[in-house]
Design a protein around this ligand. Structure first.
Ligand code: ADP
Ligand code: ZN
Ligand code: MG
Length: 493
């Protein structure tokens, strides 16, 4: 038998993503979903599974699930049911989880991911169903296992993808897209560190060209995009190596261990029948009317990828910029509001706005750990700053200084410019004088220039800027210097 090499294989990946819904109360009782409350305070007979306590479905859970279902182009089942998934765990007091099984509320959709600029791929969505979360077990070595049941009954959606993903990078892009979507839709905070968004990855490998899937493993405990990529890369390599050694892949659940950067077996795969699924007898079917679906559809916000494309076209900014801006809906809005405030909107100004946001604005809100809503420079003021810059009233160095001052000074940039007397000087006679001074104070530069040392130009511009305390218009300075110096070996005059 001929041995294959690693590149002869391809990976097949399907993700199961759990997103915690941003409802104020739990899925089947009126307990608060507040994160970080004192242990076992957000509980009641329903979510603790006391005998005789009856669940009642929170309508908001359906509303939020519909948003994601419709946003991903799923078919919505007019009538779906809940099921009990039975298993034992200390953080599951009822002994079963209320989930959906045979007939999930949403099925058959797709999400588009962008692999490279302009190259997109559709990842099928098998289903999206509603379910409740379990509590948390805290394994404290000094005490014992502690159980906090606050999270019991918190609503989740599970988004199951088709096995359409072919690489760890595609998996990360898909997960990123899902995260952006749920955040845009306002149904989940998307926080992977706090567990509001969790991902299990199913992965198998097969020889390229094969039309059959290999045996898959399911990798759990992937709490960041990096971990998803790293765990999948590890697992793909492990599976290929196993097959190459003549071994077989066991269908099992594995755990990503970030400390050792490896996956390790957790348990052999459980099958659906292990869970003894049966219809939840305490809940009526979930009925969704066409009117409800239409109402949700008509209120959907513009989704991230669509918005990214629109920003590229409408403002003529590069794909990279658009991607950074739409990563956060509020940032995208800040960008658009700033552009809308420009007195004379032009593509070069849009690009300046984008530059300011991508560098200085994001840096400041990152450093201060604040949201854009708390950022002290409102879109209107940033637009004014950009306008001053675009009309060359101030140069970019002064603009940076102004920006820094505007952070703590609420005055308009126009007023600050007037106060500081930093209006850019474009007066030719004034600049001529400074150009002469720069040349006479540095007589050797002329020879250097003639001998092709073109970097003296930058030096001379710098000198003039210094003499003018940064106020001279650098474009004019450069122009005048070039005229004065004439042609060099390196640069035409
Ligand atoms: P299970 O019955 O083990 O839960 P499912 O058919 O429900 O498996 O699929 C669970 C996830 O695994 C889905 O995201 C699906 O796309 C993915 N998946 C199914 N088969 C494979 C495979 N052979 N390789 C990789 N992923 C797979
Ligand atoms: Zn409760
Ligand atoms: Mg399954």
């Amino acid at each position: 038998m001929q041995t294959a090499i690693a590149t002869d294989y391809e990976a097949v990946i399907g993700l199961e993503v759990h997103a915690q819904l941003l409802t104020a109360t739990k899925a089947f009782c009126r307990c608060s979903t507040q994160y970080g409350a004192a242990p076992n305070t957000n509980v009641c007979p329903v979510c603790l599974g006391h005998p005789g306590a009856l669940p009642v479905l929170n309508r908001q859970v359906v509303e939020y699930t519909l948003r994601m279902g419709i946003a991903t182009g799923c078919t919505i089942r007019p009538r779906s049911r809940f099921a009990r998934k039975n298993y034992f765990y200390p953080d599951l007091p009822k002994g079963y989880q209320i989930s959906q099984y045979d007939d999930p509320i949403c099925y058959g959709g797709a999400v588009e991911i962008e692999l490279d600029e302009g190259i997109t791929k559709r990842i099928g969505i098998t289903r999206i169903h509603m379910e409740e979360d379990a509590g948390k077990s805290i394994h404290d070595l000094d005490i014992d296992t502690l159980v906090d049941l606050n999270r019991c009954g918190v609503p989740l959606i599970e988004i199951v993808s088709e096995p359409d993903i072919r690489s760890p990078r595609e998996a990360a892009l898909y997960l990123q897209e899902i995260r952006q979507m749920v955040v845009y839709l306002g149904i989940c905070d998307g926080n992977m560190e706090e567990g509001s968004l969790r991902c299990d990855a199913n992965v198998s490998v097969r020889l390229r060209g094969s039309d059959r899937f290999g045996t898959k493993t399911e990798v759990k405990n992937l709490n960041s995009f990096r971990n998803v990529e790293k765990a999948l890369a590890y697992e793909i390599e492990r599976q290929i190596a196993t097959i190459e050694r003549g071994g077989t892949i066991i269908q099992e659940t594995r755990m990503w261990d970030a400390a050792t950067q490896q996956t390790r077996p957790m348990r052999t795969k459980e099958f659906a029948h292990d869970y003894r699924y049966f219809p939840e007898p305490d809940l009526v079917p979930v009925v969704v009317s066409d009117e409800w679906i239409e109402r949700v559809r008509s209120h959907l916000p513009e989704l991230p990828l669509a918005r990214k494309r629109r920003l590229q076209h409408q403002y003529g900014i590069p794909a990279y910029d658009a991607g950074v801006l739409v990563a956060d809906r509020a940032i995208a809005e800040y960008f658009e509001r700033t552009c809308a405030s420009l007195p004379s909107p032009t593509p070069d100004r849009y690009k300046l706005v984008s530059n300011w946001i991508m560098t200085d604005v994001l840096r400041v809100i990152g450093e201060r750990k604040i949201s854009i809503a708390e950022f002290s420079i409102a879109p209107e003021r940033l637009a004014e700053l950009v306008e001053l810059q675009a009309t060359q009233t101030i140069n970019s160095r002064i603009a940076k200084e102004l920006f820094a001052e505007m952070l703590s000074n609420p005055a308009s940039p126009g007023k600050l410019v007037a106060e500081r007397g930093v209006v850019q000087v474009s007066d030719t006679t004034f600049i001529e004088q400074l150009v002469e001074r720069a040349l006479s104070e540095n007589p050797d530069t002329i020879d250097k220039w003639r001998n092709g040392k073109t970097n003296v130009l930058g030096f001379l511009v710098g000198q003039v800027m210094k003499y003018s305390h940064g106020k001279a218009n650098p474009t004019l300075v450069r122009q005048q210097l070039l005229e004065r110096l004439g042609t060099s070996d390196g640069v035409p005059g």
